[in-house]
Design a protein around this ligand. Structure first.
Ligand code: V47
Ligand code: SF4
Length: 386
């Protein structure tokens, strides 16, 4: 639907003047304020949010839907921190637990070698914050990974891991990131952001880096030339006001640096963690949060649905609620969500399956690299041909 048709439809059917004026702002590509964002969250119908988010998505990207060919390495789930929502981490004293792990360097190199000859383009490395794995260790690790596979883009370490490494090594964020960049790191993933509101953060993850530090780390990364993503953990004890505050802090930083590639809302999963008494939110809330992020974050190019967490069917629906990126093939190489009870207990999709998932809902599958250069358009490919 074009802009004028949507405006006519809304003005004929929506009696709330405030809503109508916010809708018009969005359709005129004017930035909405945090108060207007909160108003939409509480008062707009889901179908209206979907229409607006889809309008923005199609204006920017048409039907294009990006994915990449990637896998994850999680060096350890031993972690010095104790985030209440985390189902995955184990303390050092629990090292002998059957589900605690610490990969050796050799095991990590072996994992890279296993992809020899395969057209994978990215390795995503994140894990627990292990007290013995520091900046030197990871610098060396990345250098060796790049020796084995120089073409692989290394997307690595959340701001939480980086903050710990830099503090331990007594270097500034910029110095630490420059060392890792020289070793071959290409970008940062968006994890560790959770919810920036300090009162909520205190309750769900009080001992790891602060919101301010998370934002400073990403600002420093953008300054040294490493792009990054940003996440938001929704669907637990936060309110809509906190989601808008979170996105507003990101929008402000993006105005300053333009270094964020994608925004990724992450749905809280409640299995096997200290917040298991909290019910997971419904799919209606999922659609709403994604649509609102497309509407509010006018300076983020890409909104990503991370399918291993949200599931394949919801990912397909989200392609009409603002999402234009569905992450990668993953190859069953991450445990963060399987341990937290996500539907995807074996997260692996072949590229054929990713293409089919995108095509089934009438979108155009485009393979991208880690910084969104387009590698291949699969819209004309007959499934089964490759
Ligand atoms: O920061 C942990 C989240 C994040 C749970 O940048 C949970 O491309 C829900 O950030 N329920 C790490 N979420 C993963 C991450 C990520 C994933 C995929 C792609 C990218 C990217 C980044 O996982 C953590 C935390 O917010 N998380 N436990 C849970 N129970
Ligand atoms: Fe550690 Fe990350 Fe889990 Fe927090 S979310 S306990 S920092 S592994």
């Amino acid at each position: 639907m074009d802009n004028t048709t949507i405006k006519t439809l809304f003005s004929a059917t929506v009696s709330d003047n405030q809503l109508n004026s916010i809708y018009n702002k969005v359709l005129n590509e004017e930035r909405i304020t945090p108060d207007e964002g909160i108003y939409l969250f509480y008062n707009a119908e889901l179908s209206h949010l979907g229409t607006l988010a889809n309008y923005i998505r199609e204006k920017r990207h048409g039907n294009k839907t990006y994915f990449n060919k990637n896998f994850h390495i999680e060096p350890t789930n031993i972690c010095v921190f104790d985030c209440k929502f985390c189902s995955y981490s184990r303390f050092l004293r629990e090292k002998d637990d059957y589900d605690a792990w610490e990969l050796s360097e050799e095991q990590i190199y072996e994992a890279i070698r296993n992809y020899e000859g395969k057209d994978i383009t990215e390795v995503h490395i994140v894990g627990g914050v292990h007290p013995k794995m520091g900046l030197d260790y990871f610098k060396n690790l990345i250098e060796n990974i790049k020796k084995i596979r120089p073409d692989l883009h290394v997307k690595a370490f959340t701001a939480v891991e980086l903050d710990y490494m830099c503090k331990k090594a007594k270097v500034s964020y910029e110095e630490g990131l420059t060392i890792l960049k020289k070793a071959g790191q290409g970008s940062l993933p968006g994890g560790g952001a959770e919810i920036f509101d300090e009162v909520i953060r205190e309750q769900i993850c009080k001992d790891k880096c602060t919101s301010e530090q998370w934002l400073q780390m990403h600002e420093a990364a953008h300054k040294v030339g490493m792009p990054s993503n940003a996440t938001m953990l929704y669907g637990h004890i936060e309110k809509y006001e906190h989601l808008i505050d979170h996105m507003n802090r990101l929008r402000d930083l993006q105005d300053k640096t333009n270094g964020f590639n994608a925004f990724i809302p992450l749905k809280f999963r409640n299995k096997n963690n200290q917040m298991s008494d909290i019910e997971e939110v419904s799919i209606i809330d999922d659609l709403k949060v994604y649509a609102m992020s497309r509407i509010f974050l006018d300076n983020f190019n890409h909104i990503k649905a991370y399918w291993p967490m949200i599931g394949r069917k919801t990912t397909q629906l989200l392609l009409s609620f603002g999402v234009n990126d569905i992450d990668g093939t993953v190859d069953d190489s991450t445990k963060i969500y399987t341990m937290a009870g996500a539907e995807e207990q074996k997260p692996v999709m072949t590229s054929e399956q990713m293409i089919a998932l995108i095509k089934q809902v009438g979108r155009q599958p485009i393979e991208r690299d880690s910084v969104y250069n387009e590698l291949k358009d699969y819209s004309k490919t007959i499934l089964g041909e490759f």
